[in-house]
Design a binder for this molecule. Structure first.
Ligand code: SAH
Length: 257
């Protein structure tokens, strides 16, 4: 359950005249229609932040083993440079995590793509939960791939920042929630997929319970040594659990700040 303080913010179009329906592949992300001039030019991209940089990043992801055409297309669509500070924008398409303030980082592109591929498993999940919105980048990628995405963040300032980052992109099937993601979001469960962007000491029971039957949970687990785990709810009271590769994430913390 999200605590009472938690609230949900639907991303709204920038201006009322933009309220036409936008398809899932989010023309807003590609074209940036109806956004302020500064963001508009940033969306179009230039020099180091151009579409070519993104295309090169996609090629590197492909070479590194990402196979899903849908995931590669989503990574090619989302302008990662809009989710980092202007001073870091020239590094946005490197395959590295970058600071986003509050001792948190935007995940490296490879791990975002890898987790999305594991989550989708060749299909388009209908309802997905992301725990750890951070700056909102991974949420925007997931929203390209799933029917609807809920993304929850425990740090209010980052939740607000993600909302500001995402507003010009107009992602109609993404809901941002301020709350403790260790509790999941009981009111909108079950989820076909849950992805956690911070490392848990142990897998939170609530997240297991909020998976649909057949639903997939991708979660880094561990303290100094972490590994990515793929957990599938195979029956009402049965979950399969697979340990994948070693990873390095910021810690999953309880409560809201
Ligand atoms: N998904 C982000 C990565 C953010 S880093 C991206 O696009 O790159 C991980 C985030 O998880 C941080 O913002 C951190 O505040 C958040 N986090 C940690 N514990 C959490 C919890 N219990 N509930 C929700 N968010 C949490």
């Amino acid at each position: 359950m999200v605590t009472r303080k938690a609230w949900m913010a639907e991303l709204k179009p920038a201006t009322p005249k933009d309220r036409q329906p936008v398809t899932r592949q989010s023309q807003g992300i590609l074209k940036g229609a109806g956004t302020p001039a500064r963001k508009q030019s940033a969306l179009a991209g230039s020099g180091l932040t151009s579409e070519r940089m993104r295309a090169a990043m996609v090629e590197r992801l492909r070479a590194a083993g990402i196979r899903s055409a849908g995931v590669l297309a989503a990574m090619g669509n989302v302008p990662r440079h809009l989710f980092v500070d202007e001073g870091l924008a020239s590094r946005a398409y490197e395959d590295s995590a970058l600071p986003i303030g509050h001792a948190q980082t935007i995940s490296q592109p490879f791990i975002v793509a890898r987790m999305a591929e594991l989550l989708c498993n060749g299909q388009a999940p209908q309802r997905v939960l992301e725990v750890g919105t951070g700056c909102g980048y991974q949420a925007a990628v997931l929203a390209q791939l799933a029917g609807e995405v809920y993304s929850i963040e425990r740090i209010r300032a980052l939740h607000d920042r993600a909302r500001a980052n995402l507003r010009p992109l107009r992602v109609p099937n993404l809901r941002l929630v301020y709350g403790d993601g260790m509790q999941g979001i009981d009111s909108v469960a079950p989820f076909d997929g849950i992805t956690v962007a911070a490392a848990a000491h142990t897998v939170p029971r609530e997240l297991l319970q909020q998976l649909a039957i057949g639903g997939r949970l991708i979660i880094p687990v561990g303290r100094e040594k972490q590994s990515l785990r793929l957990i599938v709810r195979t029956a009402a009271e049965h979950w399969s659990d697979q340990e994948l590769e070693p990873v390095m994430f910021v810690p999953l913390c309880p409560g809201m700040i």
